[in-house]
Write a protein that binds this ligand. Structure first.
Ligand code: CTP
Length: 410
């Protein structure tokens, strides 16, 4: 029972509006203070008296009512959570554009609370490129999209677009609220959120080195800072962390198991040994795609090579693709992609191709360059899911980016 929360349930004009009653009811039974904001179209599908009786509060719909209370911003400001169910294609388009031409639009724009949206529409509308783009925009802002499910629609048709079941929407809303309260992994009390308590998280960090001879290697500029921040953040959130450390330039955090690996082959062995028991695998390490075909037992001498020196390289196995192909049910695998592409659209296309090739669940995508990304203390990333949708964006210290990545994993 939680009596402290104010929850706004937005209802828009779709046939599934009648099911929103069960969402309102679930929150009321939980002890929440529930306020319904219905669009005028929603009230053609569901009666105000029903919603008022169930929510035990007046239902608001008109922008120019309650002006003396500055209602168009007051409702949003008071909300701890806003759930819009059903959310029509029209409402989704308005939210993506930031429009506020009705009370619900104003309420949402005036709120800093987490927003959860349960789309409901016909399959063609859901698949329309405009809706696809609008949903991607909302996701990129961290808005939680629940469903839609697949099933019988209003007419004779069956397909994707059916509003998720009220229980599922309420559960997703609770999870979104819990995530938002994590404040970069820290509760208001100052204690780290324990949302990864006793979860086994396997993280690779740093950059692999491929030896040519006992004194030389082919390597890359990864410092390991982002992977180490992930390990520290996961441990603070209660996880049991194994960090496979590849030539780190920073100290690994206390309280995590550290396994050292230098070459890609060593990294692969270390990851394989720990992968079976891991709930989450995060491949933050920069892995050499090729290694010298022959590793010389002694130092390569100039006399033996001459004016030019050709090195034969062979391809390394793709560890992330292997782990993704053999992952067990429920195991979450996160890959990284550092690209030198600065154009956002082209970067996204590279990321979408890469996640499809690797088969992991999420891809953390960022731009690196001569001075960006490597060895710095900050980072800017986009998070993609399997479908290539943006499910998160983060910019700031590598620790805050780590927490945002873990939010998505959670
Ligand atoms: N990776 C891996 N094994 C490799 C190469 C990469 O597990 N042999 C992992 C990295 O740890 C990272 C992800 O795959 O999580 C993407 O690495 P990246 O170097 O960006 O991708 P590549 O497949 O090497 O593609 P390219 O270098 O052509 O962009």
């Amino acid at each position: 029972m939680n009596t402290a929360r104010t929850i706004v349930v937005g209802i828009t004009g779709g046939i599934a509006a009648y099911k929103a009653v069960n969402i309102v009811r679930a929150f009321v039974l939980n002890g929440d203070s529930v306020h319904v904001v219905a669009t005028p179209a929603a009230l053609r599908f569901i009666g105000k008296p029903t919603l008022e009786a169930i929510s035990r509060h007046p239902v608001y719909s008109e922008l120019y009512e309650g002006v003396d209370e500055v209602r168009h911003v007051a409702i949003g400001q008071s909300a701890d959570l806003i759930v819009v169910a059903p959310a029509t294609a029209n409402t989704i388009a308005k939210l993506a554009a930031g429009l506020a031409d009705d009370l619900l639009g104003n309420t949402i724009l005036a709120s800093t609370a987490p927003l959860v949206i349960a789309p409901a529409m016909h399959t063609e509308m859901w698949n329309n490129p405009a809706t696809v783009a609008n949903i991607a925009t909302l996701r990129s802002r961290g808005i939680t999209i629940v469903g839609p499910g697949y099933g019988r629609l209003t007419g004779q048709d069956v397909g994707a677009g059916r509003m998720e079941e009220p229980d599922t929407i309420v559960a997703a809303a609770e999870a979104a609220l819990a995530r938002s309260q994590s404040h970069d992994g820290v509760e208001p009390s100052g204690e780290p959120t324990q949302d990864l308590l006793n979860r086994r998280i396997l993280i690779s960090a740093g950059g692999t080195r491929e030896p040519l001879d006992p004194v030389r290697f082919i390597g890359n500029r990864s410092s390991g800072k982002q992977g180490v921040a992930l390990a520290e953040a996961a441990r603070a959130r209660g996880a049991l962390v194994t960090l496979v450390a590849c030539n780190l330039e920073v100290a690994p955090p206390a309280g995590v198991e550290v396994v050292s690996a230098s070459s890609t082959a060593e990294l692969r062995d270390a990851l394989r040994a720990a992968a079976d028991t891991a709930d989450v695998i995060i491949m933050a390490a920069a892995v050499a795609d090729y290694r010298p075909q022959n590793v010389q037992p002694g130092k390569i001498k100039k006399e033996s090579t001459g004016e030019t020196f050709t090195l034969e390289l062979v391809k390394n196995p793709d560890i992330l693709a292997e782990l993704s192909a053999t992952n067990r049910d429920g195991q979450v695998i996160v890959g990284f992609a550092a690209e030198t592409e600065a154009d956002r659209d082209r970067l996204l296309n590279l990321g979408r191709d890469k996640i499809a090739r690797k088969g992991c669940d999420y891809l953390v995508l960022n731009t690196v360059g001569w001075s960006d990304g490597f060895a710095t203390d900050s980072n800017t990333v986009l998070l993609l899911d399997r479908l290539g949708d943006i499910v998160g964006e983060a910019s700031g210290s590598k620790m805050s980016v780590a927490h945002r990545i873990l939010d998505v994993v959670v």
